[in-house]
Design a protein around this ligand. Structure first.
Ligand SMILES: Nc1ncnc2c1ncn2[C@@H]1O[C@H](COP(=O)(O)OP(=O)(O)OP(=O)(O)O)[C@@H](O)[C@H]1O
Ligand SMILES: [Mg+2]
Length: 367
């Protein structure tokens, strides 16, 4: 899969632009605050469904405009496709190949991308939420059904928590909570099975990359930390386990006023050479693991969906040492990479680079 072009209108500091990409390595080059990350943000929004910066549509629309219109032309499954997002008069309309998309989850997975920026060190140093987001964003794109399970799951947790918080807790509340618990356990099991499979694939590919980057000196292990402990569990058994946890702890949850068990508490324990990478690894090692995670995400996406996603790398080149920089630019064959950089002189021995010069929201292809 690759992104042929993006057309942006009133998007952040870009009044109007049409940017054509090559299927290989593309570098958006320019000084600070010119509009490099804004392009990656716009592209990634088609994959993720919302801005990775957590910005509202009002903030995204060019100051003074309160509307924007982005169109992505991409190649997938051997044919040209198109996605568009139009924000106008406070409402957003999305189209796929000119057909209206009714619900946001129906857009996710059509165009897939892996996004990597220096903030991703938080995958290793940050809290469990960072790692759950990694799983959710990747699985939403690569596993049909996942995003719906997750949004249904989250909605039920909200309902259940409202009941748990009620001052005059009654037998009726309890029976409603029990009913929600049964449905919740089913979604939890679907998500658990997907995450468990994903984490074992992730571990495999991370090690391939880490092995190459460190010439066999380092190895990474991942452990799925969750509320149930069933190594060979079938989905039926997982449903049973979550059902028992939810039904047997209602009193405790009533006191805590929240749902205390489920996949919303999951984490991944990442170890490097047998020790927890959160506390014992250097910045450079954390960077390598974060890069390996992102490259692995791309491999899994290809395994599950048959084509590589697009790789969007924001500001990461300056953070990588020469051998890793070389690796990213040269070794990732058959993948489209769109990178931002302030450096003008980027070398790539084996692949041609399309350099796109960025200045004040205007984009010029240099070669
Ligand atoms: N809604 C908006 N309207 C107009 N300009 C905006 C809007 N949102 C952001 N900008 C501006 O867009 C400019 C470019 O932002 P961007 O993050 O793309 O910079 P960049 O080229 O990636 O810079 P850096 O190298 O510092 O990361 C910034 O000056 C920012 O203030
Ligand atoms: Mg930037």
């Amino acid at each position: 899969m690759y992104c042929r072009s993006i057309v942006l209108e009133n998007y952040r500091n870009i009044e109007k632009a049409s940017i054509e990409f090559s299927p290989g390595v593309n570098v958006l080059i320019g000084n600070n605050a010119q509009g490099k990350t804004n392009v990656l943000e716009a592209i990634y929004t088609f994959a993720r469904g919302k801005s990775f910066r957590g910005a509202s549509d009002r903030e995204i629309a060019t100051i003074g405009k309160n509307e924007y219109f982005n169109t992505l032309n991409y190649e997938a499954e051997g044919r040209e496709q198109q996605l568009s997002i139009r924000y106008y008069e406070g409402a957003k309309v999305r189209h796929h190949n000119r057909i209206k998309i009714d619900r946001l989850p129906d857009m996710i997975g059509r165009f897939r991308a892996v996004f990597f920026c220096p903030d991703h060190l938080s995958l290793i140093k940050g809290g469990a939420g960072e790692r759950r987001s990694l799983l959710n964003i990747a699985l939403s794109q690569s596993m049909p059904g996942y995003i719906k399970w997750l949004s249904n799951y989250n909605a039920i947790v909200v309902n259940r928590n409202t009941l748990l918080r009620e001052e005059n807790f009654s037998a009726k509340n309890k029976s409603q909570i029990e009913a929600w618990s049964l449905i919740l356990a089913n979604y939890a099991a679907d998500i658990y099975m997907a995450r468990k499979d994903y984490i074992s694939r992730l571990e495999y590919y991370i090690n391939l990359y880490i092995n190459e980057m460190t010439r066999g000196a380092e190895s990474v292990s991942l452990r799925y930390r969750c509320d149930i402990d069933d190594k060979e569990a079938t989905k039926e058994k997982v449903i049973q386990d979550y059902t028992s946890l939810l039904l047997n702890n209602i009193e405790k949850e009533k006191n805590a006023k929240a749902t205390l068990y489920g996949i919303h508490r999951d984490d991944i324990i990442i170890k490097l050479n047998g020790v927890n990478s959160r506390n014992f690894t250097s910045q450079g090692q954390q960077r390598s693991i974060a890069l390996a995670i992102k490259l692995a995400e791309g491999e899994i996406s290809r395994d599950l969906m048959g084509e590589y996603p697009v790789f969007l790398f924001d500001d990461v080149l300056s953070e990588l040492d020469d051998s890793r920089k070389n690796y990213v630019l040269n070794a990732l064959e058959n993948r489209q990479i769109i990178i931002t950089s302030c450096e003008k002189d980027l070398f790539c021995d084996d692949r041609e680079i399309r350099k796109i010069y960025v200045e004040k929201g205007k984009y010029t292809i240099l070669q």
